[in-house]
Design a protein around this ligand. Structure first.
Ligand code: COA
Length: 174
């Protein structure tokens, strides 16, 4: 059983430790970090999973990013991740509980498209993410094309081409 709480309730040092355990200490070099460089995670959409003994076992963070199309227009999106579960506590349902908490926290009437870099087997099978609409999207660094996934109620609104990066308009309050 897990308890899902806002990530803002957790000591940031414990979150960093968990992320190092799940992704390795070289995680900061990943393209996913460049996609959200300079923006803060969204406190109302980011969560932690605690086990029965109140130990931190998993986290999820969502970030304001945008896909900039070839005409220079920014299309705001939400970047999902990292989703991280302590290696020794994986496959117990914590990852799914964290994903469902974040997806349920989205405004159903005005949810932005959600983008992530991850395994389609996991994020497609359980949560409806796919690479079907990301074939001409780019990221600020190397990535595997079949791992760039998006989830959107109405894929018709998705720009066919563009580059994903931090949504700095969100950081400045514009
Ligand atoms: C990926 C991750 C978040 C999944 O969380 P979890 O708590 O281990 O997974 P859950 O218990 O919620 O889900 C288990 C199910 O997902 C499947 N699954 C888990 N990881 C998977 C993966 N990478 N690819 C495909 N399926 C996966 C399991 O086979 C299992 O399926 P079943 O229900 O049919 O038996 C976790 O393994 C993790 O932190 N991994 C390291 C960091 C990482 O890669 N994060 C994702 C990129 S941001």
């Amino acid at each position: 059983m897990s308890t899902i709480v806002p990530l803002a309730n957790i000591d940031p040092a414990l979150v960093e430790e968990l992320l190092d355990r799940a992704f390795g200490p070289d995680r900061h070099a990943r393209t996913a970090y460049r996609m959200r460089e300079g923006v803060e995670w969204l406190p109302r959409l980011s969560f932690a999973a605690l086990d029965d003994d109140d130990y931190l076992v998993g986290t999820i963070q969502l970030w304001p990013v945008a896909l900039t199309d070839p005409e220079g227009r920014a299309h705001p999106m939400l970047m999902v991740g990292p989703v991280a579960v302590m290696p020794e506590r994986q496959q117990e349902g914590f990852g799914k509980a964290l994903m469902l908490a974040a997806l349920r926290a989205l405004d159903p009437k005005a949810a932005l498209p959600q983008v992530l870099i991850g395994d389609a087997d996991y994020y497609g099978r359980f949560f409806g993410f796919s690479a079907d609409h990301t074939g001409e999207w780019y990221c600020p660094g190397p990535f595997e094309r079949d791992r760039l996934l998006v989830r959107c109620d109405n894929p018709a609104i998705l720009p066919p081409k563009g580059m994903i990066g931090p949504w700095l308009g969100a950081a400045s309050g514009n």
